[in-house]
Design a protein around this ligand. Structure first.
Ligand code: PLP
Length: 425
């Protein structure tokens, strides 16, 4: 029976048999016992499936990965210890030294830095493009050694909507996959594979957990990208892996080639698996994801409408507002709501913005977003405080941008807290 997302949130992954625990067990163990050397050898050769060391695979992590893969409609998923690790692995699984990829310049600052600075040190070059440019200007960024295109469904912190179908078509025209960070809408509000995206990443730290309780990430594969059709571009998947007994991932694992390589090679060599305890916490968050997303969106819509009418607000980005630049794209990709995150600027100085944020009663100032609790961040004085106004603009962040993550408290209370803080400006 094909199940809807609300049902998958509860019943995806762990399926208890007779007399087994209703709640998914935590396999808090590093290792798994075998009786013969041959049993263990067959596991190392990938001839048998089974668990032998948690850095490579653990049942608790796998149950949660299965649930996330089902929610996204993918063939498989791998959990990572953070969203950053998920972004890194998604790219590094198909890019090596001398390769190049393209990313939207609107992405989360941490991912931007990973791509622009750290991956460059590994010999992997990233060209950043503005998704608002026309096709010809963006396509000029493709090179013979380009291996993928990366964007965020809803960008952090600008909350701009990424035209998934347009960029999937463009990536495929150049023989590479589209990778989309779907952290903000979650699969409840957008399933990028349905629009041609090939691989999805998540910071499960955000809405999927939703309670500020664990840091984690996920890479999900649609299984749709034909690596063999572009075998010269992706030798890591289509030619024998000497570090794995000469096995060729596409031949041995078909649609699971990308996920298997990610585990067998990257997790083996680099680690970054989540603790099973963290996956357990994440799973409890996932059980209520559909309910919470509905409430986040309903609250954020009302808050955005309130802010858009306030004389103290200079500008606002939220694709649920008909006046928003991304309203049409929002209607296409996010018809049931986008997320709870709003970006806006207040009239006045940086000091006015700081006074506003310091005056909240329960909305917290936090280096976090996409959580049950409403919180704000002022990138110019927090995450990007070392930058001048000019440098901020160059990074696509307005100096007055306030990122408000609308939680699931009573919306009248959230608006009242905003109102009383504005009165103190
Ligand atoms: N992707 C997005 C859209 C994010 O907002 C974040 C963190 O804020 C990340 C990735 C990185 O996730 P993590 O903090 O779990 O490493």
């Amino acid at each position: 029976m094909k199940k809807n997302l609300e049902t998958l949130c509860i019943h995806g992954g762990w399926k208890p048999g007779k007399g087994e625990p209703q709640q998914m067990p935590i396999y808090q163990t590093t290792t798994f016992k075998y009786d013969t050397t041959d049993q263990m050898a067959r596991l190392f050769d990938l001839q048998d499936s089974g668990y032998f060391y948690t850095r490579l695979a653990n049942p608790t992590n796998d149950y949660v990965a299965k649930k996330i893969a089902a929610l996204e409609g993918g063939v498989g998923a791998v959990l990572t210890s953070s969203g950053q690790a998920a972004s890194f692995y998604a790219i590094f699984n198909i890019c090596g030294s001398g390769d190049h990829f393209i990313a939207s310049n609107t992405i989360y600052g941490g991912t931007f830095n990973l791509f622009a600075v750290t991956m460059k040190k590994l010999g992997i070059e990233c060209t950043f493009v503005d998704p608002d440019w026309d096709d010809a200007r963006i396509e000029a960024a493709f090179r013979p050694n380009t291996k993928c295109f990366f964007g965020e469904t809803i960008s952090n912190p600008g909350v701009k909507v990424f035209d998934i179908e347009r960029f999937a078509n463009m990536a495929h025209k150049h023989g590479v996959p589209l990778i989309v960070d779907n952290t903000f809408p979650t699969p409840i509000n957008c399933r990028p594979f349905e629009w041609g995206c090939d691989i999805v990443t998540h910071a499960t730290t955000k809405y999927m957990d939703g309670h500020s309780a664990q840091v984690g990430g996920a890479v999900v594969d649609s299984g749709n990208f034909d690596w063999e059709a572009h075998r010269d571009k992706f030798p890591g998947l289509t030619t024998p892996d000497d570090s794995y007994h000469g096995l060729t991932y596409t031949k041995s694992f078909g649609k699971m080639a990308y996920c298997t390589k990610l585990v067998a090679q990257l997790m083996r060599d680099l680690g970054s698996i989540p603790a099973p305890m963290n996956s357990y916490i994440l799973n409890i968050g996932l059980e209520t994801l559909s309910l919470r997303m509905r409430q986040h969106c309903a609250n954020a819509q009302k808050v955005a409408e309130f802010l858009s009418k306030s004389p103290k607000v200079a500008w606002i980005n939220y694709c649920g507002l008909p006046t928003d630049k991304y309203y049409e794209l929002g209607q296409k990709y996010l018809p049931n709501g986008s997320c709870g995150v709003i970006a806006f600027g207040l009239k006045g100085t940086r000091e006015d913005a700081i006074r506003f944020m310091d005056s909240f009663e329960f909305i917290s100032i936090a280096t976090h977003v996409a959580d049950a609790r409403s919180c704000v961040l002022h990138p110019a004085s927090h995450t990007h405080r070392q930058l001048s106004d000019e440098q901020l603009r160059a990074a696509g962040i307005a100096p007055d941008l306030i990122r408000l993550s609308v939680g699931i408290e009573n919306v009248d209370d959230i608006i009242a807290d905003l109102e009383q803080a504005m009165a103190k400006m």
